[in-house]
Design a protein around this ligand. Structure first.
Ligand code: C5P
Length: 247
């Protein structure tokens, strides 16, 4: 299916950042039938393992397994081979791991994917959306602007055979300009105008992320901490539909 055919719901990935399986399953039950994609991150996966992926797939959700792999190429290859066997739809590695690591990750996914199956999309993590310029320059030791680093990482990810990158919604245009439109962007760090910013820095509203040309958003607390998560999801989906229609 061409990516222009993806619906708003298929482009909104709900981050299941919960401390336990029960809360995550309950959230999936509340959202199932409306939401289509969930993100399982380290907290939940390290606790529950492959069974939580199975719970999501049983309910018909596509799964972004957000484990941000960053290791030597041989280990990254093996990790991806294992993850491909879980039947997830999207996985990721840190671009900071370098080209050889990203290419090895790609090979691992191909090896772990069953005959006739499509391998999961492989994304690169550029700079975390919680990283400010000061943190990047003074703590991590990367000079220059966050945008320059993101552009460099995105090009490196594309040249290493990745399908796209995870980045701030503020960086979508520069990524698309540098890497071309087919190179996917998945953008966390979205906040509806009415909700709290929390620890995220480089943010936009969900609509603006799509107006900027993103392919997917990741939305966590604005849905999962809402009094009525289904209502919150539906409301954001309505706004996203308008933004997609107008671009
Ligand atoms: O609750 P919130 O909407 O901030 O959740 C965003 C999700 O996206 C979290 O699970 C976070 O780990 C993830 N993420 C991020 N920034 C990145 C990559 C992933 O916020 N660059």
């Amino acid at each position: 299916m061409a990516k222009t055919d993806w619906t708003a719901e298929e482009r909104m990935i709900v981050a299941l950042d919960f401390p336990g399986t029960e809360e995550a399953v309950s959230m999936m039950d509340q959202l199932s039938g409306t939401a289509r994609y969930v993100k399982i991150g380290m907290q939940l996966y390290y606790l529950a393992g492959p069974s939580i992926v199975e719970e999501a797939r049983k309910r018909g959700f596509s799964v972004f397994l957000d484990l941000k792999v960053h290791d030597i190429p041989n280990t990254a290859r093996g990790a991806m081979q294992s993850l491909a066997g879980l039947g997830v739809d999207m996985v990721n590695v840190h671009v900071a791991g370098g080209k050889a690591m990203m290419e090895a990750a790609r090979e691992g996914l191909a090896k772990g994917t069953g005959a006739g199956q499509k391998p999961p999309l492989l994304l690169g993590v550029t700079q975390l959306t919680s990283t400010s310029r000061i943190v990047m320059n003074e703590e991590i030791g990367i000079p220059g602007s966050v945008e320059d680093c993101v552009r460099h990482y995105a090009l490196l990810a594309r040249d290493s055979g990745l399908d796209g990158v995870v980045a701030s919604p503020l960086e979508v245009s520069l990524i698309k300009e540098s890497c071309g439109d087919p190179f996917l962007t998945v953008t966390p760090g979205v906040r509806p105008a009415t909700s709290e910013k929390g620890d995220q820095h480089r943010i936009t509203t969900p609509e603006d992320a799509f107006r900027n040309g993103t392919d997917f958003i990741v939305v966590g607390r604005p849905v999962t901490r809402a009094e009525d998560p289904l209502e919150a999801f539906t409301q954001i989906a309505e706004e996203v539909k308008n933004a997609i229609a107008s671009r």
